[in-house]
Design a protein around this ligand. Structure first.
Ligand code: GUN
Length: 287
């Protein structure tokens, strides 16, 4: 069994990006900038946003966090997004999800200019992913593929089972795996005989959002297991994944840990997406 370290891979990717970004001031006369909007005080969201902006600092990307009260109106948030859409120094806009219930998440996602949509959640980016045309690819799915490729894990023709069908992870990661010629089965909480279906998988990608949901009976001997979950273990109060790591690890050939697995990859892919938006933006301006 080998642990695939997202922490190590993301550190390497960030160091490479930092080298590139260090040349941008000379080349383009400005630096990439990411604006993050955080609505409310949810401790999980605050900690994610802190991680994202810290990574920007490491790579040399300008960043700001705009904090709105949990009671802020939808109109107030949309007007802030309009302002950032119009600001030519801002390359990427990220609104941390989930939003308070009184705000329509789709309306907010649609309002972000497609060219600044570093999350890849805008319908034109989603369509691009499913049509195989130019688009920003969502960060977590992109990170999952990079982790698998970093270990040269063969995807072509393999049985991959994805647990979870969210717009943020399950659906886009399934499409990226199809692009790699994997045979993909998308499962979810209502799937019948879920452990047996998962036990057919050469590669199991778990994004269901339930602490330690995956037990050894879900895992074929020698399978690769990628754990996208971030949960709080009720008993210990510690972070844990969707996979019961201690029980499952020895059955796998490769497995990721929580923390230190997919999470850091989401962040380095966000930085990569911000740079991609910046480069598109400056090239567009030069033409
Ligand atoms: N909340 C959980 N994951 C994400 C993500 O990838 N992007 C945003 N904006 N919010 C999230």
């Amino acid at each position: 069994m080998q642990i695939i370290s997202g922490k190590e891979l993301s550190a390497k990717l960030k160091a490479e990006m930092a080298k590139d970004v260090a040349t941008y001031m000379d080349k383009y006369r400005r630096l990439p900038k990411l604006s993050v909007i955080l609505v409310g005080e949810d401790p999980g969201s605050v900690s994610y946003v802190t991680g994202k902006t810290k990574a920007c600092d490491e790579v040399g990307i300008l960043n700001e966090t705009i904090r709105l009260e949990a009671t802020a109106s939808e109109a107030e948030l949309l007007s802030k997004i309009d302002e950032l859409n119009a600001d030519s120094t801002v390359d990427g806009i990220l609104v941390q999800l989930p939003l308070p219930k009184h705000i329509d998440e789709n309306k907010v996602i649609f309002s972000i200019k497609r060219e600044k949509d570093v999350d890849g959640f805008h319908p034109l980016n989603v369509a691009g992913l499913w049509n195989n045309t130019d688009c920003i690819v969502p960060c977590t799915p992109k990170g999952v593929i990079k982790l698998l490729k970093s270990e040269n894990i063969e995807l072509k023709g393999k049985n991959v089972v994805v647990i979870g069908r969210s717009n943020i992870v399950g659906l886009p990661v399934s499409k990226l795996l199809l692009n790699e010629n994997a045979t993909v089965t998308i499962t979810h909480s209502k799937t019948q005989n879920l452990p047996q279906v998962c036990a057919q998988a050469d590669i199991l990608v778990v994004a269901i959002g339930r602490a330690k949901f995956v037990t050894p009976d879900f895992i074929k001997n020698g399978a690769v297991v990628i754990d996208v979950g971030v949960n709080r273990d009720e008993a210990t109060g510690k972070l844990c994944g969707d996979v019961d790591f201690d029980a499952c690890a020895e059955k796998t050939s490769y497995i990721t840990k929580v923390p230190g697995g997919v999470g850091p990859m989401t962040i380095s892919c966000l930085i990569e997406n911000t740079i991609e938006c910046f480069l598109n933006n400056v090239k567009h301006k030069l033409m």
